[in-house]
Design a binder for this molecule. Structure first.
Ligand code: GTP
Ligand code: MG
Length: 203
């Protein structure tokens, strides 16, 4: 699949105001500044579709984009950055949790993780929460251009070891760089596969 059409649809703080859940949806979430908005721009090949900033906390609402007129992707506020964004406790009770728990057309949550860091507590707790709520997710490592191939491999091994203390198997993982525009095709292919399994939620 090639993304030929990407349209900004809406920006709301409450899942109840979001567009009707009649097509599949994929959410992109992660710590503030991890590169969510940059990744969305890379996937859609649009420089300014989602707002990017070097100041953490740029995205503060649930932003819907319609892709190829057939599915939604959402850019969400970041979490886990001191002062500006949510701690894990707030994360599990606030607007992001409400959105994730109630959005019936959600096919997969892409959890973005900075490839330079070991597993952070807030990401660990968030993924465990997703698991407990049976919300499907995949991991997207970001900013791999900042590491050598050897470092990417080494960091991943550490990360995997930490994850497997809790999880029986690793979720799907993707390695990306918005800077070098790499890793996007795999994510788009994954969304396409999931689209085929979409069932219209009951009214
Ligand atoms: P919030 O909306 O504040 O939660 O941030 P975000 O996760 O949407 O991050 P955003 O896309 O705004 O990017 C944050 C900073 O990281 C910006 O300065 C980006 O230019 C930079 N950045 C994002 N992706 C990459 C990448 O793949 N490589 C490099 N080198 N920098 C990146
Ligand atoms: Mg953002």
């Amino acid at each position: 699949m090639i993304i030929t059409d990407a349209q900004f649809i809406s920006s709301f703080p409450d899942y109840k105001q979001c567009p009707k859940p009649v097509i599949p949806e994929y959410a992109f979430i992660g710590r503030s500044n991890v590169g969510k908005s940059s990744l969305l721009n890379m996937l859609t090949d649009r420089k300014k579709l989602a707002k990017v900033s070097s100041t953490p906390g740029k995205t503060q609402t649930i932003n819907h984009f319609k892709i190829n007129k057939s599915f939604f992707i959402t850019d969400l506020p970041g979490y886990g950055y001191a002062k500006v964004s949510k701690t894990s406790r707030e994360l599990f009770s606030g607007m992001i949790a409400d959105y994730l728990l109630h959005r019936e057309n959600l096919m997969c949550v892409f959890v973005l993780i900075d490839s330079r860091l070991p597993l952070q507590q807030v990401d660990d707790e968030f993924m465990k929460w997703l698991g407990e709520k049976e919300i499907p997710f995949a991991i997207v490592f970001t900013k791999i251009d900042k590491l050598s191939t050897g470092q990417i491999q080494k960091n991943y091994e550490t990360f995997e070891r930490q994850m497997l203390k809790w999880w029986e198997v690793m979720p799907h993982v993707f390695f990306t760089s918005a800077e070098k525009k790499s890793g996007g095709d795999e994510i788009i292919g994954y969304m396409q596969e999931n689209n085929a399994a979409f069932v219209l939620p009951p009214k």
